[in-house]
Design a protein around this ligand. Structure first.
Ligand code: COA
Length: 329
């Protein structure tokens, strides 16, 4: 028996809002076409949160599913990490609102911000806290209401994003399963390739911010595209190297779901057959960090990922940030 303690995912849960926004709906809103969106991105439809439905509402629903799946009570959770770029408010943390909603009264709560790459960041923190025995039952939720920061007049971005939440419960294990390695990286010099310039401490909310539409996502898509492919390939390799594995060991790659062309290019460079690359972005678009978690959870719930499979996560996002992880399921 391997005596090393590591974090293991013992239950998962997803939540998507009811409202579906199709490419045909978008044709009525901006100068675009279903054909352009499908060929350039792979997205057919995405979910949009209802008015009054915040990130914490979606996160709490995903968390309840994950707790049910893991067969644990809210009182057993000792840490809640919410990965988000669309918190309910600047403060308190969205994790505190989730705690309120799921009644996890014994938990400490914090948010983590690493944009679309956030899930491996949360796994890294959870792994360290579980290895050091500081925490035993950690709830990680990636949740975003990107519709609240999407410029619905900008065809370059509004076709890409959607809303949703994915949750997982982590516990210590001394078996050979669980999180085998995590590799993270960032490049703050390229922050202006993908960002929301208004609404923070640099450009607080004002009439000018609204007039100039600075509260919305600004993105330089084609520049990001090339870096995304390179970094997602690199971080998969680096995470595998950390646990002395190679791409031959991969049973399933779960990449960030930003664009089908990025995912296909990453799969090809990692020499993976199509069936070893999990894709669900046609139904949801890019939900930031929630994309990777919900994709992983969907693959698990549909039994596409099975016990003992080697699962590799590969993510990239604003910051710039990137992260890979290897999990033995
Ligand atoms: N409908 C129709 N035409 C559109 C359009 C839309 N929704 N959005 C952009 N276009 C047009 C552009 O205006 C441009 O027209 P022009 O050549 O007349 O100027 C043309 O399509 C090509 O634009 P371009 O930006 O070069 O397209 P692309 O092939 O790079 O695809 C993205 C655009 C955004 C889909 C793609 O760049 C992408 O996915 N980038 C990475 C996103 C990412 O990784 N984000 C970070 C991780 S979260």
């Amino acid at each position: 028996m391997n005596k090393e303690i590591r974090a293991k995912i013992i239950g998962v849960g997803n939540y998507y809002p009811e409202k579906i926004l199709t490419n045909h709906d978008l044709e009525q809103m901006v100068d675009t076409s279903d054909e352009w969106i499908i060929t350039r991105t792979g997205v057919k439809e995405r979910r949009i949160a209802a008015p009054g439905e915040a990130t914490s509402h979606m996160a709490a629903k995903a968390a309840k599913e994950a707790m049910k799946n893991a067969q644990i009570l809210p009182s057993e959770i000792d840490l809640i990490i919410v990965v988000t770029v669309t918190p309910d408010m600047n403060f308190p943390s969205t994790a505190c609102f989730v705690q309120q909603r799921i009644k996890a009264s014994n938990a400490a709560c914090m948010d983590l911000s690493a944009a679309c790459a956030g899930f491996p960041y949360a796994l890294c923190v959870s792994q360290a806290l579980i290895k050091s025995a500081q925490y035993k039952t950690i709830l990680v939720i990636a949740a975003d209401k990107l519709s609240s920061i999407t410029d619905w007049k900008d065809r370059n971005t509004c076709v890409l994003f959607g809303d949703g939440a994915g949750a997982c419960i982590l516990r210590p294990t001394n078996s050979n399963k669980g999180v085998l390695s995590v590799y993270l990286g960032s490049d703050g010099r390229k922050a202006d390739l993908l960002y929301v310039p208004g609404g923070g401490s640099l450009n607080p909310a004002s009439y000018r911010i609204i007039d100039e539409r600075m509260q919305y996502i600004k993105m330089r898509g084609s520049e990001l595209f090339k870096i995304a492919v390179k970094k997602m390939v690199d971080c998969a390799h680096e995470a595998l190297k950390l646990c002395k594995m190679t791409t031959d060991d991969i049973d399933m790659l779960v990449p960030h779901q930003a664009n089908i062309r990025i995912i296909k290019a990453v799969g090809k460079r990692l020499n993976l057959e199509d069936k070893k690359v999990f894709i669900n972005l046609e139904k949801y678009g890019n939900m930031s960090a929630a994309s990777t978690v919900t994709a992983l959870n969907e693959a698990v719930l549909k039994k596409v990922i099975k016990s003992d499979d080697i699962v590799v996560l590969s993510t990239f996002g604003g910051g710039l940030t990137w992260g890979g992880a290897v999990i033995r399921w």
